[in-house]
Design a protein around this ligand. Structure first.
Ligand code: SF4
Length: 337
């Protein structure tokens, strides 16, 4: 198992492990089973692309979910494994850089492993048949069960009555007649069920996944293409792509230029010893972080200057640092700029 950070403490002897996404569907899925007296342990996976906002406040988040919904939760950071998966997902990408089937497979497999570790009998998701055009189709759902080794133990309480009976239903642990037959994109049945269960406030569905954001996905795809098969981008690099202006400096380098003070600050926090930090030496201006080779420093300097008050000067002094090394050089405005 790749290194992953784990937060929270599972309840003793859970009977089921539920993938928790913060959205209403996953809350309902857990509540439906809790009403049947099943001890459910929620688990939420975090990567730089989804649920990233929880980072550094994992324990507070766990406490809030427990307090607001009475759902015991553990948070697992699977960033490293996810960065590797993105290199070549077996089932390909969706419209942007979102490997939805492999993403679900990874999460269900992990939930299965934790279930085995904790002695839980089955896995629960809040998926609704036909809600998403691709990843929640009947055939895709079957592929996920098959390839994650969870056939018969993956229960989707919101659509269960439209799906084959699972082992916990067959064995009488879960009452099938108290499960649901929701399908499609409409939200009305879920809202009605939420009202019936007394769930009046719930977070908006998960704040989205950055891999489906066309602008971010384009940046990410570019730096993955540079890596080819040798390795994947580092966590700090994919984090930096969320900020500033992005310049691809092929081959294998890119530059991020901060657009405002807060971005400059964040970029400086994220930059590692292997990155070149560039700024104007004699006047305030943007920070540029060059990830790649030092032969790109001149090109990078031109971009940094272009977004500063020095853009019309003939010469601008640039200072740079990389780990313990640092220096300055002059950027000279080209005649055509
Ligand atoms: S949208 Fe993002 S989080 Fe959702 S399944 Fe696809 S890759 Fe995973």
């Amino acid at each position: 198992m790749k290194q992953e950070a784990f937060f929270g403490r599972p309840i003793p002897h859970p009977q089921a492990v539920a993938l928790f996404s913060r959205g209403l569907d996953s809350i309902l899925a857990v509540k439906i089973l809790q009403r049947q007296g099943i001890a459910v342990q929620g688990i939420l996976f975090m990567t730089p692309f989804f649920n990233a906002g929880i980072r550094e406040r994992e324990n507070d988040f766990i406490t809030a979910v427990n307090r607001d919904y009475d759902i015991p939760l553990c948070v697992v950071d699977i960033s490293e494994e996810f960065l590797e998966l993105l290199q070549a997902p077996a089932h390909g990408y969706g419209k942007n850089f979102n490997p939805c089937i492999d993403c679900k497979l990874l999460m269900v497999r992990k939930a299965r492993d934790y279930a085995a570790q904790w002695g839980a009998a089955f896995i629960v998701t809040g998926e609704v048949l036909g809600q998403r055009p691709f990843s929640q189709r009947r055939d895709t759902m079957r592929i996920i069960e098959r390839d994650s080794g969870t056939t018969g133990i993956l229960l989707r309480p919101l659509s269960a009555r439209l799906l084959p009976e699972t082992i916990p239903e067959q064995e009488g642990l879960v009452k099938r007649e108290e499960l649901f037959d929701f399908s499609g994109r409409g939200r009305k049945p879920q809202m009605e069920l939420a009202a019936r269960l007394g769930i009046s406030s719930f977070p908006s569905p998960a704040g989205g996944c950055l891999l489906t954001d066309p602008a971010y996905a384009r940046r990410l795809k570019t730096i993955y293409a540079d890596c080819r098969d040798s390795h994947h981008p580092a966590l700090r690099e994919v984090e930096m792509l969320k900020y500033g202006r992005f310049y691809h400096l092929p081959p294998a380098s890119f530059l991020i230029v901060g657009r405002k003070q807060a971005e400059n600050k964040r970029l400086l926090q994220l930059a590692g010893d292997e990155d070149v930090i560039m700024r104007l030496a004699a006047m305030p201006g943007p920070i540029g972080i060059l990830c790649g080779t030092e032969d790109k420093m001149k090109t990078a300097a031109a971009r940094v200057v272009q977004h500063s008050k020095g853009k019309n000067l003939d010469e601008v002094l640039i200072s740079w640092s990389r780990g313990s090394r640092s220096g300055t050089f002059k950027h000279v405005r080209s005649k055509d700029s």
